[in-house]
Design a protein around this ligand. Structure first.
Ligand SMILES: C[S@@+](CC[C@H](N)C(=O)[O-])C[C@H]1O[C@@H](n2cnc3c(N)ncnc32)[C@H](O)[C@@H]1O
Length: 479
């Protein structure tokens, strides 16, 4: 195991401070944590640095990430602490854009991810596919870019948004656009008509002429370009609109993105024989997707009960790439997610049954409801606040209960979660509650480590983001 880590990192750090010793940091600038040493990754991190993707970690991770991603160094820390390596297998049941999986692959450790959002599932699947030949990936992308620039040029459209280069482009009505049902899923003005047109022309070209072994990497580069360069979106951390720009480059940044992927592939391609796979599945029924006792460790970050609609984070690229085409498909996707916001609650949801005798969670739901009545809040969403807290923890209980069957006895688990006060400022100590739920299901609670603190905008309090560390001892023997 040491050999595997020594290939990439000289491991010097220990696990972050434990709950018993770590205190929430009121200044938020001075929280220091020791980390394993990696080139271009600071050894000592301030609270503000904790969630960053450092230069030395970019390869493979940076192809596409979202605001919900956690940093590779955090994954590495727990891989080290759990002593993982060799043919052991790590699971990320909420794998998002695949940070755990990419980091495992870099370290030669087998891994598997579960993800219920098709865009995130696509992104993580591509990020662990290091098979394309880098030179060919770039050559074909250059050819596609050239063809698209010619096509756009014939329409009087330049890829350069500077006024100097912009010509009199055709009227909006003649530009390509999305079908109405798909367009309705987008935040208004997410992307302006001209960059959308360019994106759709490039997308069609990739689909028509990109060879199968390169196409998924091209599409992922396009997803990153459309969100971070061509759109009007801003993440902070909620998705909102930034400055609405009438034009933006698409083809050139896309090609740059592909070149970046190719550079990473150059260094990563032959560096790992580890197996990685990503399954499109609901982690509350992980056992229907994974073999019995096949997992040695879990490193993950599930949703938090924070009223965030996680599907909004990936909405633009999900719609343009065709992963979600209308309201029904969006609803079907949301049904497979742990309930963490009132926009994802449906008639017939019953995960709350899993925590009906959990007094602390029932108490939190009652406190939210009492405060709602006191404040005279009467909207449909506000009426659901108490219920969503129960559904959230119920969903996590269901997940942890089901997971037991796929874990090898002695498996170690790390769940990164954050305290929340999004529901009428009622404090939800997510990590502590999750730890107690896990204990009630037979897991051992090893520690609750402080990862970082965040300022709650509503209460101006520092909220803890923590890592709940568990151990699965195996099923108790029947007498
Ligand atoms: C906080 S994000 C994980 C981010 C990830 N650690 C990364 O670095 O990109 C949580 C993810 O869980 C997914 N998710 C929520 N409920 C799920 C469920 N029941 N089954 C599988 N995935 C789920 C969401 O779609 C989201 O991508």
């Amino acid at each position: 195991m040491i050999d595997i880590f020594a290939r990439f990192y000289e491991v010097r750090g220990t696990m972050a401070r434990r709950r018993s010793t770590a205190q929430p940091d009121s200044s938020s600038a001075t929280l220091l944590q020791e980390r394993p040493t990696t080139p271009n990754v600071p050894q000592v991190l301030t609270n503000g640095d904790c969630n960053k993707l450092f230069e030395g970690d970019r390869a493979g991770h940076d192809w596409y990430r979202f605001v919900l991603s956690y940093p590779p160094h955090l994954v590495r820390e727990y891989l080290t602490a759990f002593g993982l390596g060799g043919r052991q297998r790590v699971l990320d049941p909420f794998c998002g854009t695949g940070t755990t999986l990419v980091e495992c692959k870099k370290l030669g450790i087998d891994s598997v991810g579960l993800e219920a959002n098709p865009m995130a599932h696509f992104a993580s699947s591509v990020k662990v596919d290091w098979s394309p030949e880098p030179g060919r990936l770039v050559r074909i992308a250059e050819r596609i870019a050239g063809e698209v620039l010619t096509l756009l040029g014939q329409e009087g459209i330049s890829d350069d948004p500077l006024p100097l280069f912009a010509k009199n482009h055709p009227p909006d009505a003649t530009l390509r656009s999305l079908p109405e049902a798909a367009n309705r899923l987008l935040l208004a003005n997410s992307i302006s008509p001209l960059p959308l047109h360019k994106t759709l022309v490039l997308l069609e070209r990739i689909k028509k002429t990109g060879p199968a072994e390169c196409r998924r990497h091209y599409l992922l580069a396009l997803a990153k370009t459309m969100v971070f360069t061509s759109s009007n979106l801003r993440f902070g951390p909620e998705v909102g609109l930034g400055k609405v720009k009438t034009d933006a480059a698409v083809v050139h940044p896309w090609l740059e993105g592909v070149r970046g992927i190719a550079r990473d592939l150059e260094s990563l391609r032959n560096s790992s024989t580890a197996e990685s796979s990503v399954l499109m599945a609901d982690s509350r029924s992980a056992s229907s997707a994974l073999e019995k006792e096949s997992i040695d460790a879990v490193i993950t970050s599930p949703p938090y009960p924070n009223e965030k609609d996680y599907t909004r984070t990936t909405r633009l690229e999900s719609v343009i790439l065709g992963f979600i085409n209308d309201k029904e498909e969006l609803r079907a996707l949301k049904r497979n997610l742990v309930r963490s916001n009132t926009r994802g609650v449906y008639k017939g949801d019953d995960d709350d049954n899993w925590v009906s005798s959990h007094l602390e969670i029932q108490g939190i739901a009652e406190e939210i409801e009492t405060r709602r009545l006191l404040l005279g809040k009467t909207s449909g969403f506000e009426r659901l606040y108490g219920r969503v807290a129960k559904l959230y923890f119920g969903g996590m209980a269901r997940h942890l209960a089901d997971l037991r069957g796929v874990l090898r006895p002695g498996a170690r688990l790390a769940y990164v979660v954050g305290d929340q006060a999004s529901y009428l400022r009622v404090m939800i100590r997510t990590g502590e509650i999750l730890g107690r739920i896990a204990q009630s299901l037979g897991y051992e609670l090893v520690a609750i480590d402080l990862f970082r603190t965040r300022l709650a905008t509503a209460t101006r309090e520092q909220l803890r983001e923590e890592v709940v560390v568990l151990r699965w001892p195996g099923q108790p023997r029947k007498a």
